[in-house]
Design a protein around this ligand. Structure first.
Ligand SMILES: Cc1ncc(COP(=O)(O)O)c(C=O)c1O
Length: 372
């Protein structure tokens, strides 16, 4: 009997959460309301009491963080080419210019040794990305930012419940941005949250989130700043509240599954493995590098034929047409290009069985032999 298709990721939504969403739908209040406030309070408590505001995406959180940091036209912002394109798009969205820095082949994250050479007189901020949930070294990152008076907007879209120095990501640092997109370790279907530093007024963050509107007790209102339409709904927040209760269990299960991959992937496959970090990383993704010269498209097709979905996260963003038009070209970031060309995301999500990992490893061996 053939086994059911195994996707590379799948959200785990329990019945209690589904019931809480139904309750919101029946309540008559389905946009931003008490559930959003409760979700923000739960996130804030997770982040050690820091102010947190919920949004409708992790793209909106990054954009608003840049605006709160007063980054705009004429400014440059440093980030990595190996990320979801949202990380760089928001820099363009606020009128600033992205300056990309190649990645470290070991962590696949921005190479901290190369940041200082990329700092210009116009540089205002760094957006580090914790790819696959592996945190960028926060000690070194903040030392560089401090020395050059730069703001940091941590793109922690993938690293909720990862940690640095035994502290959860989000509980320290400057701005910290989370995404709750369907594939993330905690989902609200779509959504995001922004952790605010102490010098930023949460009320201004709220105005940038919703049309710049400031309301007065007498029912009047004013708009003194241009805001967007980025608020989270109570429907989404109810999902988030249900997910928060399960987060620690999700992370523990992800770590177990990642350990099983390390134990079962046959070294003879010649794959490049991720850094085996079981202290900090939340194992948002388990990503291997195919041996040089392997036709990735054929591997993906062979895996699909065996009932297994795999993903590509990410093609290096500087080679997208939009970014080529800004002057980026092949050869600019050799590590990101080599990794982006060879990377493959294997299935990893909390409801996976141990036997699913066994199945993926066997199918990977078959696929590589088949196309050799
Ligand atoms: C690294 C990274 N940055 C930003 C985002 C944007 O988040 P969202 O899809 O919630 O807008 C994502 C999510 O896909 C991401 O993975």
């Amino acid at each position: 009997m053939s086994q059911p298709f195994l996707p590379f990721t799948r959200p785990s939504i329990d019945e209690e959460t589904i019931a809480s969403v139904a309750e919101v739908l029946r309540s008559g209040w389905i946009t931003s309301g008490p559930k959003v406030q409760a979700f923000e309070a739960a996130l804030s408590s997770y982040c050690g009491g820091r102010p947190v505001r919920a949004f409708n995406s992790g793209t909106a959180t990054l954009e608003v963080a840049l605006r709160l940091a007063k980054v705009g036209a004429g400014d440059t912002v440093i980030t990595t080419p190996l990320t979801w394109v949202a990380t760089a798009n928001v820099i363009l969205e606020v009128g600033a210019t992205p300056v990309l820095v190649d990645v470290d082949p070991l962590t696949r994250n921005i190479d901290l040794d190369r940041i200082e050479a990329a700092i210009l007189p116009t540089t205002r901020a760094i957006i580090p990305v914790d790819l696959a949930g592996l945190p960028v070294d926060r000690d070194r990152l903040y030392a560089i930012a401090g020395n050059h008076n730069l703001r940091v907007i941590e793109d922690a879209a993938q690293s909720l419940d990862a940690s640095w120095d035994d502290k959860p990501i989000g509980s320290t640092g400057d701005f910290v941005s989370f995404s709750f997109h369907a594939n993330k370790n905690l989902t609200t279907s779509e959504g995001g949250a922004l952790v605010l530093p102490t010098d930023i007024d949460p009320a201004l963050c709220e105005r940038l989130r919703l049309q710049g509107v400031r309301r007065f007790p007498d029912g009047g209102m004013d708009v003194d700043v241009l805001g967007g339409k980025f608020n989270m709904t109570d429907i989404a927040a109810a999902i988030g509240l249900g997910q928060m209760k399960q987060l620690a269990g999700f992370t523990a299960r992800r770590r177990e599954l990642a350990r099983r991959y390390f134990a079962l992937i046959d070294p003879a496959f010649g794959l490049g493995l991720p850094l085996a970090d079981f202290g900090n990383c939340n194992w948002h993704m388990f990503q291997v590098l195919l041996p040089a010269g392997t036709d990735r498209g054929r591997v993906i097709a062979a895996m699909k034929d065996q009932g297994i979905g795999v993903g590509v996260h990410y093609p290096p963003l500087h080679l997208f047409s939009l970014y080529r038009r800004l002057g980026f070209k092949e050869g600019d970031f050799p590590n990101a290009e080599r990794i982006g060309a060879a990377i493959l995301t294997l299935p990893l999500f909390p409801s996976m069985q141990d036997s699913d990992v066994d199945r993926v490893c066997a199918a990977l061996g078959n696929s590589l032999r088949e196309i050799a």
